[in-house]
Design a protein around this ligand. Structure first.
Ligand SMILES: Cc1ncc(COP(=O)(O)OP(=O)(O)O)c(N)n1
Ligand code: 3NM
Ligand code: MG
Length: 572
């Protein structure tokens, strides 16, 4: 009896076990939609799948399946790719690229290491093949315990390793197999000799859902035929398809005389020419591994094959374009940045400093209406507030057009950073991300703090408006950095705002584990009374109109700063 696991709503907290008494072992074809048997590598070795065999992408309904809720509905099963490949000490390709690609695509990745290479951007200096028994042991460890959706293969340095992989896949079936027939590294070093070709042809290709050779590898698989044109690639794709894989992607990156990078995808019936613009960069080391891993990741998430291939191509193209100027190593083949994060670090010596509650001392909150009234740009408003001694700035630009807001926010980030003053964005997580602001301020009906945190990451500052001790407690649980509590006094700046008064502020401050900034109707005339409530969590005042609905922002900010300093001394 075969047991098959399926998530009808993929990877939701509900999982099901599918029993099918008519299915046995690894010779069954996938079924409908997300309900696929945990193997798609079913045509016996050496036999070509029948032309209409439902593929991973075009599976048919199997009426014989019975679905049962599994015992543990609380467990969230996440898509899982197992990569069987070599380690690259330079981390551009191999196992390391696979891990990064899967992480970037939001998929769990386990690893079976077939070889350890001493490698950098110059080339491969050494290869240490892992004994096949130990590769088998790694395969067993992972496949017998973890629910692997898709296996992706890279460097398979010996025929023995291909054999143990083949046996392991028969013993522990998975939903799809992606074969990247790695033979030669980007630097031209041989990673798997010609003896491996038979292993691919006999043991792996008939099991593969997709095989992704580049021109050299396709040529080697076909006994050395010349591949010089897109037509040659089509013929090669067809010939390789005849070896058993359900789909073939021939990567034409090395095709001479082509402005675009053209890959040919063949699903057994139709050919697709997938074109992308060629990116001029030395940082292409690991593109093949990454592409195959990304295809595997998308398949693990439930994509059809063609859509997985298209997403993977777009992902690699984006990453290459983003990374075209980064410099790692001195050789000809640099790695690229899978997570699209490194460039900002390279070009930006600024390091985010940890949030300091004392930053809340004089919190200047801009207002688009007031800026307009006084004929000021956002950037001038921010500059003047900083001149006057604002210790943190929030851009609260309710009426700004997104494009204008973003451009101004980028300039404000630079101004604030050059003065060591944190800059937060009101409500708009997208703008905060796009301008790399220091954080956001959200209200009770804005983006929840937990979601904002997931989007912004652990380092950014998140402030949340709270009017009650319960909200303050929630803010702390959810991972906010500070609380804005108000309206302390009536205000015209925020319509229909509930005034909590000094008593309400006191209650929130007394119960809060987070630092608090008071807001609402605060200015030079009443700031002292606010700070004098004397609860240690109260760190400062946030002010809009008393700074920005005035002729001189810097003068008003300076006045309030002086007053707060004096108050702080007397309260101590
Ligand atoms: C420091 C600070 N505190 C409170 C608020 C108000 O935020 P919110 O409740 O989301 O209302 P809007 O500002 O979005 O109208 C704030 N902005 N800053
Ligand atoms: C933006 C805002 N939030 C408030 C809250 O109570 O959460 S009161 C407020 C407006 C504060 O402006 P002013 O300093 O001009 O009174
Ligand atoms: Mg808001």
């Amino acid at each position: 009896m075969g047991y098959y696991c399926c998530s009808q709503i993929p990877f939701s907290s509900t999982s099901f076990i599918i029993k099918n008494s008519s299915l046995s072992g690894a010779t069954q074809v996938p079924t409908k939609g997300f309900c696929q048997p945990r193997v798609s590598i079913h045509p016996p070795a050496n036999s070509k799948p029948p032309p209409k065999t439902p593929t991973f992408a075009t599976v048919q309904e199997d009426k014989g399946l019975i679905m049962e809720a599994s015992d543990d509905k609380s467990k969230l099963r996440i898509p899982h790719v197992l990569t069987v490949a070599g380690s690259d000490s330079g981390s551009g390709a191999g196992i390391q690229a696979d891990l990064k690609a899967c992480a970037a695509r939001g998929v769990y990745c386990s690893t079976v290491i077939t070889a350890v290479t001493a490698q950098n951007t110059v080339g491969v200096q050494g290869v240490h093949t892992v004994p096949e028994e130990f590769v088998e042991q790694q395969l067993k460890s992972v496949l017998s315990d973890m629910h692997v959706d898709v296996v992706k293969t890279g460097m398979l340095p010996s025929i023995g390793i291909v054999k143990v992989l083949h046996q392991s896949l028969k013993r522990f079936p998975v939903r799809a197999l992606v074969v990247d027939p790695v033979m030669v590294s980007t630097s031209g070093d041989v990673l798997a000799g010609p003896s491996i070709l038979d292993g691919f042809r006999v043991d792996l290709l008939p099991l593969a859902d997709i095989v992704t050779p580049n021109l050299k590898e396709a040529s080697a698989l076909l006994g050395g035929v010349q591949l010089e044109t897109v037509n040659d690639m089509r013929s090669a794709a067809k010939a390789i398809h005849d070896m058993g894989p359900r789909n073939v992607l021939i990567k034409g990156g090395d095709l001479a005389a082509s402005l675009d990078a053209i890959d040919v995808f063949f699903d057994g019936e139709n050919f697709y020419e997938l074109r992308s613009s060629r990116i001029k960069t030395r940082n292409t080391h690991g593109t093949g591994c990454t592409l195959a891993s990304c295809i595997a990741a998308e398949l693990a998430k439930g994509s059809s094959m063609l859509s997985a291939v298209k997403v993977a191509k777009r992902y690699v193209e984006t990453a290459l374009d983003y990374s075209k100027d980064i410099a790692v190593g001195n050789g000809m083949q640099g790695p690229f940045d899978h997570l699209l994060k490194l460039k900002s670090n390279v070009h930006n010596s600024w390091k985010p400093r940890a949030f300091d509650p004392d930053d809340l001392f004089l919190y200047a909150v801009t207002d688009s209406g007031m800026n307009k009234k006084w004929g000021r740009s956002i950037t001038d408003a921010v500059k003047h507030a900083i001149e006057g001694g604002a210790t943190i700035v929030q851009l609260r630009e309710k009426d700004a057009e997104t494009r204008d807001f973003l451009e101004s926010a980028k300039v404000c980030v630079k101004i604030c950073r050059s003065h060591g003053v944190p800059l937060l964005i009101n409500d708009r997580i997208d703008i905060a991300l796009a301008c790399d602001a220091d954080g956001v301020h959200v209200g009770q009906s804005d983006m929840p703090v937990t979601v904002a945190r997931a989007l912004l990451g652990p380092e950014k500052i998140i402030g949340v408006s709270c009017k009650t001790p319960e909200q303050a407690h929630r803010a702390w649980i959810d991972g906010a950095d500070y609380i804005g509590c108000g309206g302390v006094f009536p205000t015209n700046t925020k319509a229909n705002n509930i005034t909590v008064g000094l008593e309400g502020l006191k209650d929130v401050c007394a119960s809060s584990k987070l630092p608090v900034v008071a807001i609402g109707g605060i200015g030079a005339s009443n700031a002292r009374s606010v700070m004098e409530i004397g609860v240690p969590t109260l760190k400062g005042v946030a002010v809009v109109s008393a700074l920005f609905d005035r002729e001189s922002v810097s003068v008003e900010t300076l006045k309030l700063h002086e007053l707060l300093k004096k108050t702080a001394l007397s309260v101590k």
